[in-house]
Write a protein that binds this ligand. Sequence first.
Ligand SMILES: *Cc1c(COP(=O)(O)O)cnc(C)c1O
Length: 404
Amino acid sequence: MARNGGPGAFVFGQEEVKEVLEVLNGRYLFRYGAPDTEGYTHKVVDFEDEFKNVMGAKYAVATTSGTSSLLACLAALGIGGGDEVIVPGYTFIASISTIMISGAIPVLAEIDESLTIDPTKIEALITPRTKAIMPVHMLGNPCDLDAICAIARKHGLYVIEDCCQAVGASYKGKRVGNYGQLGAYSLNFFKTISTGDGGAVVTNDENLYERAFGFHDQGHKPNRLGVEVGNRSIVGMNMRMNELTGAVALAQTRKLDEILTTLRAKKAMLKEMLKDLPHISFRKINDEGECATLLTILFDTKELAEAFCEKAGSKPIAYSGWHVYNNMEQILEKKLAAPTMNVNDREYHKGMLPQTDDILSRAVNISVGVVDKGLGSGYGINICSTEEEIKAVGENIRSLILSL
Ligand SMILES: *Cc1c(COP(=O)(O)O)cnc(C)c1O
């Protein structure tokens, strides 16, 4: 079976091995330590420091996953208890499930042809209970952040950026994650850079940093400065990253910009080969600073998309599984661990987002850096593909589309 995974996982090398070995040789795997603690290699602290610098943000908290990062963002903002959060119906389930788990109510929104939340459909969803918008930078493409932030400002709403699929993407010259109050990142196996599992939160607000940090570690102040007892301000969880993960995260963060440059060049090559074809267009890219992890083709009709996929051994995004609200039965049926009052009066059902359904039935993902059947991108190229391989895949896609 062909390899899958994100681009970071494809370029694992001696850099990751060296960092991990330092930790193992120190035999001290916990993220906290005093500077003179024997064997302490402070990889998590170094990762937080470098990650925030790369993202151009003031603060970063390392976590165990993108899911825990989103939970920490919601907690930092005090969102729960029947608050409403507007979130697109095309996303990984974690965007929606974390809202529910926080005790808040996910209000599903349409996407547009960028495959990110349609800003023109947001205002109609705002009620007196709305607290936040959670734009998701899907498949590495930044959302229309200018429009979203303008709506948020006008209505006094928070913005939590779900950057899990867009680590390193930028919008108008600034990295995503800096436009909202907080940004959540994932480092799981399929993301731009990877530690197998892992994540981070970034923010530019000191108070939100302390709350997110506290929530991720039982209410403690950042890095347990020895002033804890009596000063813990929030009931939290344990979402701490350990040093082994921190070591890999550090090595991967140092590769991020090179990964993005490589992906953008490879994607441009593939796209150039396909641009004159009939029956298709490409999804709208909101900023050239996108991650270029995928190439999404929009067919004129659902039938053409299906015919293409049959030949390519793939599936239109609508049927690819994981990331479409229609396929999230545990959300639609509100199968909460312990049912709360909050979502009882809500109805979620298949087909509730007709614009999203139409777009996704015509959309097909071709892998560039993220090779993931669950995302509908089991077919395409990867970050290591040579020029000849890219040409061969491009020619194959051309001939399949021309034969439709
Ligand atoms: C992957 C992903 C998450 C969750 O990240 P995990 O690290 O798997 O918990 C959240 N949102 C989106 C959009 C994702 O793609």
